[in-house]
Design a protein around this ligand. Sequence first.
Ligand SMILES: Cc1cc2nc3c(=O)[nH]c(=O)nc-3n(C[C@H](O)[C@H](O)[C@H](O)COP(=O)(O)O)c2cc1C
Length: 184
Amino acid sequence: MDVKDAIERRRAYRSLDHIDISEDLIKDLAKVAQIAPSCANKQPWRLIFVYEEQELRKLFKILSSGNKWVKNASMLIAVFSKPEHDCIIGERKYYLFDTGMATAFIILRATELGLVAHPIAGFKEEKAKNLLNIPLDMRLITLITIGKHSKEVNPVLSESMKLGEKQRPPRISLEKFVYLNKYN
Ligand SMILES: Cc1cc2nc3c(=O)[nH]c(=O)nc-3n(C[C@H](O)[C@H](O)[C@H](O)COP(=O)(O)O)c2cc1C
């Protein structure tokens, strides 16, 4: 699969089947994050690969109500960082940007491997950090939900989420975010 293919195939699916999590898979995903670019090569991202059933079950309890579908995850990757782990140039704090790029690499690689890697923001951060032993001064930015896309639509999904399984949610047109030479 080439990069464009992976970008186009990637979807935030919410109907998931179980997959077995291997050490090889974890290493593979960690290694693509490792070579992501970052400001002054600061590599601000920190990752916890959570796959033990009993640990997953604890995390399933701190999800937002719209994220019941996450309970079919075979693994959650907790992605966290803090501003001091990366460049701070005036008002520009690069830790979220660089961690986002590493996250995108993980998502695309998982897509190439035929998996679903769906990042979520809908969880109680403090409680999740507590469960995962993440220090208070770090931001738990996302949990990447890992599984395999199921042909059966998950019955817990809302109608709009069910529609999202069939087609990609609409995007704003290029005219609304692309400018040539100057803004506006
Ligand atoms: C930072 C971030 C947070 C997200 N949080 C959630 C979430 O909590 N629950 C959810 O169902 N989807 C979540 N999504 C998925 C988006 O809703 C999805 O990417 C968007 O609707 C576009 O669909 P597509 O990724 O399939 O193209 C999140 C995506 C991102 C990037």
